[in-house]
Ligand binder design. Structure first.
Ligand code: CP
Length: 335
């Protein structure tokens, strides 16, 4: 494996192989599998889980890792192309990225969406600009539109909880958040549930529709896998018979890049906080998922988050296991 950028690059069989490997490494650790290997980690956006789980994954497999982020005591990092660097920044990513990559056997890169122009972000322009600077294997640790490590961990989590792939009802719901957040997780989560063959409902208020190309890509994936994709703003209808609700906030696509208009639209939507009433007509054991971090009492009520429906901690631990499988395959792990 040379890149891990999008689950769309892998067959369902290859995804299942990665999940089987993750399960095997959980049961039967391989502390020397990546002995002598180094993973470079470049974080241009904040993280807790991705940062810690990649470092833990490399350590558990016998390799090492190092982290670079603009918050560290590095020279100021310039990202703009064609700039005359006569300001505070003394280092440009055009040198920094290949240098960082050259110290490792593979590199993980995180760079969130700029959230100014939808077409720019939909094309993952900034992430591709970074990966075009290197020829080492790379892992997308979240870009403008993708979060494949989260997606693989989520697929494994659904398997772990015996949530059916076929006939399983998956609700991806927008939730209130005071800020406009990226589209990477909702878009790639929708695609993942569709690829798994589930019946997916995107529950969102007006103005927060996911981009049509994402809906189409997911509809095609669902059709090929025996599932379906629909969207609604009706909470009761969406949750009817649901096996799982995956909550996430995202930017208004109607007002993408216009923070004031987005804010105006979301101001009246603070009742989009997942609480017990949402589950009235869901299955009794309907689960709650979220990629974390999550705002308590804003995105989800405390009783739901701390209650038996919530599988968010298991989901977050699966990040480490899923990434161990990816690293094992990418770096030629020796059992
Ligand atoms: N879910 C996730 O990617 O978490 P972090 O942003 O903390 O890495």
């Amino acid at each position: 494996m040379k890149t891990f950028n999008d689950l769309a690059d892998f067959s369902n069989e290859e995804i299942q192989d990665l999940i089987s490997l993750a399960n095997r490494l959980d049961k039967r650790p391989e502390p020397n599998a990546l002995k002598g290997k180094v993973l470079s980690l470049l974080f241009l956006s904040p993280s807790l889980r991705t940062l810690a789980s990649f470092q833990a994954a490399m350590t558990r497999l016998g390799g090492g890792s190092f982290v670079i982020s603009p918050d560290m005591s590095i020279h100021g990092l310039e990202t703009r192309p064609g700039i005359v660097m006569d300001g505070a920044a003394a280092e440009h990513i055009r040198e920094a990225v290949p240098v960082i990559a050259s110290y490792g056997d593979a590199i993980g890169i995180r760079a969130f969406a700029e959230r100014k122009n939808l077409e720019h972000d939909m094309a993952d322009t900034d992430f591709h600009a970074l990966t075009s600077l290197i020829d080492t294997p790379y892992i997308n640790m979240e870009s403008a539109m993708g979060h494949p490590c989260q997606n693989l961990a989520d697929w494994k989590t659904l398997d772990d909880y015996d949530i059916p792939a076929h006939g399983g009802k998956f609700v991806l719901s927008w939730a209130y958040h005071p800020m406009a957040l990226p589209l990477a997780v909702p878009s790639s989560t929708l695609y993942t549930a569709a690829r798994r063959g589930m019946d997916v409902t995107v529950l969102r208020p007006e103005g927060f529709e996911l981009p049509q190309p994402i809906m189409e890509k997911s509809r095609e994936a669902a059709a090929a896998a025996g599932g379906s994709v629909r969207e609604t703003d009706d909470r009761c209808e969406a949750m009817d018979g649901a096996h799982v609700i995956y909550a996430k906030s995202w930017s208004s696509t109607k007002h993408y890049g216009d923070r004031i208009a987005d804010q105006k639209l979301r101001n009246d939507l603070d009742d989009w906080c997942v609480d017990d009433t949402w589950f009235d007509n869901a299955l009794d054991d309907c689960r709650f998922m979220h990629c974390l971090p999550v705002r308590r009492g804003v995105v989800v009520s405390e009783p739901v988050l701390d209650g038996p429906r919530s599988i968010v901690i298991h989901e977050a631990r699966n990040r480490m296991l899923a990434q161990m499988a990816v690293l094992h395959q990418m770096l030629g792990g020796q059992s």
